[in-house]
Unconditional design. Sequence first.
Length: 189
Amino acid sequence: MPPRKQTTERSVYQLKITLQDLRPPIWRRVQVYSDITLAKLHRIIQEAMSWTNSHLHTFTIQGVEYGQPMPDYDLGMRNEQTTKLSQVVPGEKFKFHYTYDMGDSWEHEILVEKVLPAEPQTHYPLCLTGKRACPPEDCGGVWGYAEFLEAIQDPNHPEHESMLEWIGGAFDPEAFYLDEVNQQLKRIR
């Protein structure tokens, strides 16, 4: 009798990542392996939201902070590079937080919507859908973003031209390009 093949099924977390304090909401729905590190989840969030990974970040999970180790500072932060998502996030309906850019304080709520078996022919991470464009880097957080939108949408606003020049000519707050996000996610191994 031939030896029995051992199968190890990897599970997938379906996450809804929502940028807090903005109306209408800006969000992404992604599927990731449950056993990735928080460091890899950070990279996935950066690509899914279209951030540029130019600033510090932290995860807050059940009152514990996780992030990049900084030996020169004792911040009491746990190492995201050695912490797997499944170790700290138990499963469906669990919520935790991700903060990007400590100056602008972009707060994201992450909800585990579903725990699923991995599909053999699917490349993870995968973005399923999303709504609205991510705010531009360094625009000043929630309040700065509101002022930015006001300026670019009003040709009579005193900062209209300078804001359009700063952003590169145009910005559509309603735009979300699923195919582009998934092309970026395919680069994450």
